[in-house]
Design a protein around this ligand. Structure first.
Ligand SMILES: NC(=O)c1ccc[n+]([C@@H]2O[C@H](COP(=O)([O-])OP(=O)(O)OC[C@H]3O[C@@H](n4cnc5c(N)ncnc54)[C@H](OP(=O)(O)O)[C@@H]3O)[C@@H](O)[C@H]2O)c1
Length: 188
């Protein structure tokens, strides 16, 4: 049985989530996936695709980026992304990293980001964080790479999820033999 405090925390959390939904104060996800929705392997990205990196940089510059500690560690030197507000989720209560805002719960992150315009808040991964925050997102910017490669971290199969709808998908592009497309999904 849940204690009185646990019930109170749970109610508080549900209230924050429902306030988010009512206010349309909902965030976006940005992700690059392989053909089978793989996103990473051994702590690294699957692809080094300059046009996608440019798209990611231009989309998130000056914005708030929410990530898991795993994704922060995957950046060069484990350093925060420049010119963005870096928000990191970890269970480690002593975790500190330069130029990051660190939180230990989803609830605390939702509270923190509510001070920003929701259009300016991007969930940038990885797998655990997409899974945890997908219910408070109403848009997903998905770069689809038409390749299948070994991976150990996945995004959900958004094409099969009835909650999501492919709003638009650009033409297939080609960078040095790698075919990809920039797609945008919205919540149904
Ligand atoms: N293709 C893409 O667009 C893309 C984007 C981002 C990342 N990636 C890839 O995805 C992989 C990383 O994904 P990942 O799932 O392993 O890691 P992640 O989601 O980035 O971070 C996982 C960490 O977040 C913290 N966490 C998760 N749930 C939590 C909760 N409920 N409360 C508090 N803290 C929580 C934990 O940190 P602690 O262990 O510190 O407690 C956990 O280890 C890498 O391969 C990366 O390159 C790909």
């Amino acid at each position: 049985m849940l204690s009185f405090t646990a019930v109170k925390i749970q109610r508080n959390f549900e209230l924050i989530i429902s306030n988010f939904k009512e206010r349309n104060d909902i965030m976006k996800m940005i992700v690059c996936v392989s053909e089978d929705f793989g996103i990473g392997n051994n702590g690294d990205l699957l692809f080094s695709l300059p046009p996608d990196m440019k798209f990611f940089r231009e989309t998130t510059l000056g914005k708030v980026v929410v990530m898991g500690r795993g994704t922060l560690d995957s950046f060069p030197g484990g350093k925060a992304l420049k010119n963005r507000t870096n928000v990191v989720l970890t269970r480690d209560v002593n975790f500190e990293r330069e130029n990051t805002e660190v939180f230990n719960t989803k609830e605390d992150i939702l509270q923190y980001v509510s001070r920003f315009d929701s259009d300016d808040v991007y969930i940038i991964g990885g797998a655990q964080i997409y899974e945890l925050f997908r219910d408070v997102c109403d848009e997903a910017l998905v770069t689809k790479v038409y390749k299948s490669v070994p991976c150990d971290a996945y995004f959900f199969d958004i094409d099969k999820d009835p909650d999501w709808h492919l709003a638009d998908c650009g033409e297939r592009l080609n960078h040095e033999g790698t075919e990809f497309a920039f797609c945008r999904y919205t919540r149904v």
